[in-house]
Design a protein around this ligand. Structure first.
Ligand SMILES: [Ca+2]
Length: 378
């Protein structure tokens, strides 16, 4: 009998070691996104890596509304045959309400993904109705209760995450790690107004402030994306994954065409942005160099720096060795927690991840190209 039990245990262990290779543990992600074209390219990494389980995708206002973001995500999930991944719609405005979103159509197109609804896979009315009934905020709270090892990725304004933290402060303790694409640490901005602020943080500075004063996060700041792109461009073709002869590559090429053209017009490289945050969440070794700094967010409404990340470069607010605030006053005044800013990343590995994502031979469940597929050029 004992021999039989030992044999059974050995067989069970053998089966599990075959089905899950040693050294590739599953990373459980929840991704909060405003669903514009660069978000979708980043999402393809998470949705196609063999060691990654996307528990949910939550959507937020940003480049487009949270509802449009959900429809864009639904379209991507159809392209990948991943319709089983649940999508939850969240906040459609910032904590300090700013009213209806004016979509930056020159960059995003009318829908945030290039305004090409008729190219593969065509936009369907059902894209707008397939999201879950539960609100994104409640989904963040509930899903982190039923999964204790969630890595949360923020690719848009941090409104949903901030509301969730306010509603349930214990959320901060339940999340294993938070990776954010947003903010800056050198004052490099990417908005026409408040030009020292990064778009996601500027869209909801109060939300960014709540998140940064509640959690130690890993931030992929805009400065890194902007400043490192010309250097990495020497060795990596940021658009290589968009020029493969596959359905997903064509889709990503089409939805990014307008944005790439706009970038070209302003003399900017269409480099990796949201892709970096997703890749770092999937594999922390993607972050080649980081700097740990106590940081907060400028909230002054009339300031030209509203939305910019304020950085305590001299560590006057926080003792990094002791991981404590130096004075009670500082804690009460600002609560500047230490954040990890990614300052260099492995562009080659991210490119490889994207190539593997778009190549059918590298993944299962590939979908077939529509007969009426067309490649657009702007
Ligand atoms: Ca985004």
């Amino acid at each position: 009998m004992i021999k039989f039990i030992i044999l059974a245990l050995y067989l069970i262990q053998t089966v599990f070691s075959i089905s899950r290779p040693v050294g590739t543990p599953t990373v459980k992600l929840i991704i909060d996104t405003d669903g514009v074209y660069d978000d979708l390219r980043g999402l393809t990494i998470a949705l196609t890596r063999p060691n990654v389980e996307v528990i949910a995708i939550t959507t937020v206002h940003g480049g487009v509304t949270a509802n449009q973001s959900a429809a864009n995500v639904a379209r991507l999930l159809r392209a990948l045959g991943k319709e089983s991944v649940p999508v939850f719609v969240g906040a459609n405005d910032s904590l300090d309400p700013k009213g209806p979103i004016v979509v930056w159509e020159d960059l995003f197109g009318s829908d945030g993904i290039g305004g090409v609804p008729d190219v593969y896979p065509k936009t369907l009315p059902s894209d707008y109705t397939v999201s879950q009934k539960m609100d994104a905020v409640d989904a963040l709270i509930q899903l982190t209760k039923s999964n204790n090892d969630i890595v949360l990725v923020g690719l848009g304004p941090l409104t949903n995450i901030a509301i969730a933290l306010r509603k349930d402060p214990t959320l901060a303790k339940r999340i294993q790690k938070v990776v954010i694409m947003g903010g800056n640490y050198l004052g490099v901005g990417n908005s026409a107004f408040n030009s020292t602020a990064e778009f996601n943080f500027l869209m909801d500075p109060e939300a960014a402030h709540i998140v940064l004063s509640s959690l130690h996060t890993t931030i992929v700041p805009w400065d890194t994306c902007f400043l490192k792109a010309p250097e990495y461009n020497e060795d990596v073709d940021f658009e290589e994954s968009l020029h493969q002869k596959t359905d997903l590559s064509y889709f990503l090429s089409n939805i990014t065409a307008r944005g790439r053209q706009y970038n070209k017009m302003i003399g900017q490289i269409y480099a990796f942005v949201d892709d970096v945050a997703v890749a770092v969440a999937v594999d922390s070794k993607i972050a080649l160099r980081c700097v740990k700094l106590c940081a907060s967010v400028e909230l002054e409404k009339e300031a030209t720096t509203r939305g910019q990340v304020t950085v305590d470069w001299l560590s006057t607010k926080y003792d990094s060795a002791e991981r404590t605030f130096k004075t009670i006053t500082d804690k009460n005044d600002a609560n500047w927690l230490m954040q990890t800013f990614v300052t260099e990343y492995d562009a080659g590995k991210i490119n490889q991840m994207l190539l593997e994502a778009v190549k059918p031979s590298e993944r299962k469940n590939n979908v077939q190209l529509d007969n009426d597929f067309s490649f657009i050029t702007l």
